[in-house]
Each structure stands twice: as structure tokens, then as C-alpha cells.
Design a protein around this ligand. Sequence first.
Ligand SMILES: [Zn+2]
Length: 320
Amino acid sequence: MATDALPDYAPVPADAFGPAVNESGYFVGRVRGDLYWVTDSFYQAMFLTTTDGVVVVDAPPTIGRNLLRAIEEVTRARQRPAHVTHLIYSHSHADHIGAASIFDRRVTRIAHARTKGLLKVARDPNRPVPNVTFEDSYTLRVGGERMQLSYHGPNHSPDNIFIRVPSAQTLMVVDVIFPGWAPFQNLAESQDIPAWIAAHDTVLATPWHTLIGGHLGRLGTRADVLLQRDYVQELVASTQAVIGALDPTPFFVKYGATGNAWAIFKAYLDAAAGQAAAPVIAKYTGRLAAADVFTTSNAAALVNSTRIDAGNLGPFGTHR
Ligand SMILES: [Zn+2]
């Protein structure tokens, strides 16, 4: 495809970017205390150095073996054991744990019970099934350090967990908050949109100072969560207003005559998403990176969720 056929987008605000990656394509930095984070500017993982070895959370394939290099680099500088004792999966998705097989078979793999179920079905050799699972919460203690895992129900995926390192005042929760950026398309491709929206409040109700969102190139703050929550709430309000007001007549007139039921739906839903997104794009461009890239698909996800989850069927819900 010719480059000039591709769309242009608004510039990315400077504060959406994180630190530069090195010549190998990664950045590793200390969050606080014994906790470190690794990014390739698209994905993120974190690891905790302890006196008994290293605890890693997630293994995104885009970072791949650079995760091992980052661990080696930090543990050598800290003069701490470099071997990985535990690997925690935030959730089952391959884009976040698809490099899990680069770790030794003897590593203890910890995840939610639902993650185990999903990985058993996936049968992916790159995502070994966890050997320790939990339902509600799990406390991991290694070499004087503590990691607190908890499950608050489905959100982005049915198995997504919260991972807290109290000594570093850090929370890692993946595919929910995108610090500095609009959420990825279709509200982070979330399977349960109302629960994903509610997760913003669960994140805010959890004590932490630094957030690791699993994506992009920088760490998150509580202000980032508040800003994203505002963006989502305004998109919800805009979507509900459009569904209540958009006249379906032209769509029925144009496509009803030929009996193309799906064309009526698609044209109406696309128009609703476009109209719902417009004021939010205008408001958030320059405040959230790529607001002009993904807000229309995020609105489309909300149009659909408003219909099927909230029961607001608009012109397609008339009782006769
Ligand atoms: Zn995911």
C-alpha cells in the first residue's frame, strides 16, 4: 500500500511518550525499591528482584528475549540472583504472555484459575499452563518481598487480575488503563464493556502511586486514570444521546427497499458511532494521544454495549 494513501493523524502529545529505548529496542527502569519495568514502547512487563531470585509479571512477545537481557542487566548491577523463580500471568492473552516459554520449565507460573482454563483450551506451546492458580486473592512472598494478586471479576477479559507490589506502591493491571493515550480500539477489545468501565473505579479504589498498564511507553499516575475515566464517561453520555436522537428513517428508506437488513444496521451503527465520537475527539485531541485514531471504534463498542448490555435498543427496540 502506498504510504500517501494512509490517513494522517494529530500529533502525539509529548507527555504521552516514555523514556527512549536502547539500541536493542528496550528500556528497563526502576519503578521504586526492588521493582523494575521493561518496555519496548508498545508493551510492558515488570519484575521484582529479591534475595532469592526474580519474580516476573507477563512476557510480551514484542519484548521477547529483551526481557531476559533486562533482568540480567539489573540483577548484575544489584548483585542479586538472576534466576527467575516465579512468572505471573496478568491474563491469558498471547500478546501479553506469548513469550512465557522463554523461561525455564521449573519456573513457578501463577495465574487466575480462569487463565488456566483458557490456556488449557488454547494449547499454545508459547503459553505454558500455570501450575499455581487462585480464585479471589493470592499473596506471593519471595526473598523478603511481597506481591499481592487479586481478582475483581471480568473486565477486559474474564481472567484479568490486579497485581500489587506494596513496597513499590505499584499496581499492574493490563488492558484497562492506557496512560496518556486513548484506549485501544473497541475499548481495549474488552469482552465485558460495562465491567471494563467499572474497573476504572476499582483501580482508583486500590492503593497505589504508580500504575503499569501493560501498553505503550510510560508509567501511569492516578491523574491518568481520572482522565481516561472522564473520556470514557463522556463517550458513554455522547453515545446514549445519539442513540436517543438519531433518526433511523433514512437508513430504512435507503436499504429497506432492497431488503438488506444488515445494511440498515451497519449504516445506522456506523453513523451513531461517528456522531457519538465527534465531540469527544474534538475535546480530547491534544490531551490523550491518538484520540482521533481509536475514539470512533471505541464509540462503536459503546453503541453495541448500550444496545445489548444496557438494553437501550434505540429505533430497533420499539415494542409493538
Ligand atoms: Zn488482553
